[in-house]
Structures are given as structure tokens and as C-alpha cells.
Ligand binder design. Structure first.
Ligand SMILES: [Zn+2]
Length: 201
């Protein structure tokens, strides 16, 4: 059996980061203290016009309830990330990353507010990605309930301290990842998110 090499890093509360994830490597996202969402976006490393697509992923999995066994697809219908392990089983792929406008329009917040969109834009700028290129994110641990009439509501995450999800890269990727800044999504308490890159050596 090949040995796994693991590097653990921390995303501080209400911040974000970007990094490369090579094909075959697994990204493990860990909720350190529980009830904390992490927004994830991915781009093909060699062509940033190829990005993680909520719509394509829903199409090819016939579900909006993504968990272990599902594969997330790009806008060009190629597999990007395979979910290989998931201790929570409740994530969202419908909502966009929280943004300044989310807080103004939805939550009637006045003034500045940290957001996943700003944190992703800032982190991905180093890789030549601008805000207009950030689509719907895969919102890890975000708990969205859908009523039979279609109404969507955001509930506290089901994740407890130490819960995690593993996503294996199916191609070379650029990843953007946050510790979410939205009060409602995180049960009104902001915490860090840890992530590991697991690779065979
Ligand atoms: Zn957020």
C-alpha cells in the first residue's frame, strides 16, 4: 500500500485561500469546531474557462444531495472532484458564495461585511481569476432545507467538531476555499476550517 502524505492547513474565521490540487490528490476539508461552512470552487489548472458546475453536477448525479459516491463535474461535463468520504452527508450546491450584496439585500446589513465572494476573489486574483468568473460554489457542510413547495431555507450545519469530507481530484485543479462569513449559515458563530492535501508518495 502506498503511504499517504498529509499536509494540514488552517483557514482562519471569515477568510479564504487558493491552492493547486493535482489529479489523484485528495482534498480533505475538516470542520474543526463544528457548525462551520466552507465554500469551495474549482477550475481546471490549465484552462480557467473550465470551472466546477452546479448545474452539470446535478444533471449527471440526478440529485441535489451530494455525498460520498457522487462526482462533481465541470461546465464542460468532465469529472473534477469525486467525493470519496463524507462524515456529514449534508452540503449545498444551490447557493452562491455569500457576498457583500447577500448581506445588503438579504440580511439588510449596512456597511462592510466579510464574505466568501470577496475572500475567494482576493485569493484567486493571484491566479488570474476575477469575481465574474466565480459561479455557484459547492458549500461544504451548508444545511439547506427544501420544502415540498420549493421554498429553500438555511439551517445550522449538521457538522460536529472533527467532521470531514474527502474530495479526490479527477484532473489538475485550482481550488478556492473559505471559512464562511455568513451568520445564518454558521449558526451565528465564526470558526476556522482546516484542510489537508492527501497524496500517495
Ligand atoms: Zn459564505
Amino acid at each position: 500500500m502506498p503511504t499517504e502524505q498529509t499536509t494540514r492547513r488552517r483557514i482562519e474565521p471569515q477568510s479564504g485561500t487558493a491552492f493547486e490540487l493535482r489529479r489523484g490528490e485528495t482534498l480533505r476539508v475538516v470542520d474543526v469546531f463544528g457548525e462551520q461552512v466552507a465554500d469551495l470552487i474549482a477550475y481546471a489548472l490549465d484552462d480557467r474557462g473550465e470551472w466546477l458546475s452546479s448545474g452539470r453536477s446535478i444533471d449527471y448525479n440526478d440529485t441535489i444531495a451530494f455525498t460520498a459516491g457522487h462526482t462533481l463535474y465541470s461546465n464542460r461535463s468532465r469529472p473534477m472532484l469525486a467525493i470519496t468520504n463524507d462524515t456529514v452527508g449534508k452540503h449545498d450546491f444551490l447557493y452562491t458564495p455569500c457576498s457583500r450584496e447577500t448581506f445588503t439585500l438579504l440580511y439588510k446589513h449596512s456597511g462592510d461585511h466579510p464574505s466568501c465572494f470577496d475572500n475567494l476573489t482576493r485569493s484567486l486574483a493571484d491566479y488570474g481569476i476575477c469575481g465574474d468568473q466565480i459561479p455557484t460554489t459547492f458549500n461544504i457542510f451548508m444545511n439547506v432545507a427544501i420544502d415540498p413547495d420549493g421554498r429553500a431555507s438555511v439551517l445550522p450545519p449538521r457538522s460536529r467538531a472533527g467532521d470531514s469530507i474527502d474530495l479526490r481530484a479527477e484532473m489538475d485543479l485550482l481550488i478556492g476555499l473559505t471559512a464562511c462569513s455568513a451568520e445564518l449559515s454558521n449558526n451565528y458563530s465564526f470558526k476556522p476550517i482546516d484542510y489537508e492535501i492527501v497524496r500517495a508518495i
